[in-house]
Design a protein. Structure first.
Length: 398
């Protein structure tokens, strides 16, 4: 088992607190492995094995396993024991799980951790039962730093590994092997179809899956581009397919809930307000695009943006697209009163300052970066730091 210590660090402050720790992220991003790490952590703290109760709610025999049976099973497992630790994996498979968890939280001496592959785990309905008593912890596919740990001992250079990371993404299952591109994409395609069939099509009873698949493909093809539900509807009409804007909104929401896509809203730097239109979407992992659409070099610009976006999310930044008059800043990232501006650019021609000009027009002194794949272009331009993607991803702080 390859450790991902950043997630244990995120969990530790809440251990033994009267809160349900909810780990969420796309399927196969590593949540179950984090539970194995947590299990070891508890054992190292002197917790006896019989007081660590693990359940994984993904088997077919759980089709008729409801909240009452879940509660009775867990209650029986902790009866006549000292404080117990419940590690409940993929709880969204149990209808009403939050009621069972809430009852245990109120009536038993337990510390509860759950994982799920659907953001409805944090919906308002669930919050009604767990008001003020749950803490969300987002889990993502591998960062580049984690990817290097997975590949430790390889004779490939760090630069070569960065190229692998750009081309194959960060799903742990892919990183654990030494696959060629096509095999890696087949693995990711399998993950994607599991998410679609189990977490979206089946859950929401989508009857026109071919239409849903076409909408998903449009979103993935346009990763990092501005579009709206209306523009998707118009595009589909050009293909002689009819789908309502409301249906497209539902599809987008369900993709978000299954952590296939993340919305990135626009932020008006002059009006200091989050705008409600023309947002972009980024993928849970760049490999999802290659698995469905194939890979070619023209995708590198969008992949660069997606990788940067996810890295800032991993580090708990709120990330927006910056609007500065008629100009755009690729990313405005905020965390606890601090701010960061980032432009992404695959290469930077010697005869242009376009990538730094927009940043230099921002009238504040927060850090400003251009992140590039062009090693010869790095440096400092009037206070704007031009850094290679590898250095940006591996920096301790920005």
């Amino acid at each position: 088992m390859i450790l991902r210590p950043d997630y244990l660090e995120a969990i530790r402050p809440f251990m033994d607190a009267p809160l349900v720790k909810i780990l969420t992220g796309i399927r196969r991003c590593g949540k179950s492995t984090i539970f194995l790490m947590l299990h070891d952590e508890l054992r190292n703290r002197g917790i006896a094995e019989e007081r660590i109760v693990s359940r994984r709610y993904t088997d077919m025999e759980l089709d008729d396993f409801d909240q009452r049976r879940m509660y009775e099973d867990l209650k029986a497992a902790i009866t006549q024991k000292d404080r117990c630790y419940l590690l409940l994996d993929e709880v969204q498979e149990i209808k009403g799980w939050e009621k069972a968890v809430n009852s245990l939280l109120e009536s038993a001496d337990v510390d509860i951790y759950v994982t799920g592959s659907n953001s409805k785990l944090m919906s308002s309905e669930i919050s009604t039962y767990l008001t003020g008593r749950c803490v969300p912890i987002s889990v993502y596919t591998l960062s580049f730093q984690e990817y290097l740990e997975f590949k430790k001992g390889s004779n490939r250079s760090r630069s070569e590994r960065l190229e692998d990371y750009i081309r194959m993404g960060g799903f742990p299952l892919v990183a654990l092997g030494e696959y060629d591109d096509q095999t890696a994409y087949q693995i990711v395609e399998g993950i994607y179809h599991t998410v679609v069939s189990r977490d979206i099509v089946k859950r929401h009873r989508i009857s026109k899956q071919d239409l849903f698949d076409r909408v998903v493909r449009f979103v993935i093809e346009n990763m990092g581009k501005t579009f709206s539900a209306n523009s998707i509807s118009t595009f589909l009409k050009s293909e002689h397919r009819t789908v309502s804007v409301e249906t497209i909104y539902n599809y987008l929401r369900w993709l978000e809930q299954a952590f296939v896509i993340y919305p990135c809203k626009r932020y008006d730097l002059q009006g200091k307000a989050v705008l409600k239109t023309q947002e972009k979407y980024y993928l849970a992992d760049v490999s999802l695009k290659y698995a469905l659409c194939g890979y070619n070099g023209r995708m590198r610009a969008a992949a660069l943006e997606n990788i940067i976006y996810l890295e800032m999310r991993r580090r708990s930044y709120e990330v927006y697209i910056g609007k500065l008059g008629s100009k755009e800043i690729d990313f405005v990232a905020e965390k606890r009163g601090e701010r960061l501006y980032v432009q992404a650019c695959v290469t930077i021609p010697e005869d242009t300052t376009r990538e730094t000009d927009n940043l230099l027009e921002i009238p504040d002194n927060y850090p400003k970066y251009v992140v590039t794949l062009d090693r010869l272009a790095t440096g400092n331009e009037n206070g704007v730091r031009i850094v290679h993607l590898e250095d940006f991803l591996l920096a301790d702080v920005w």
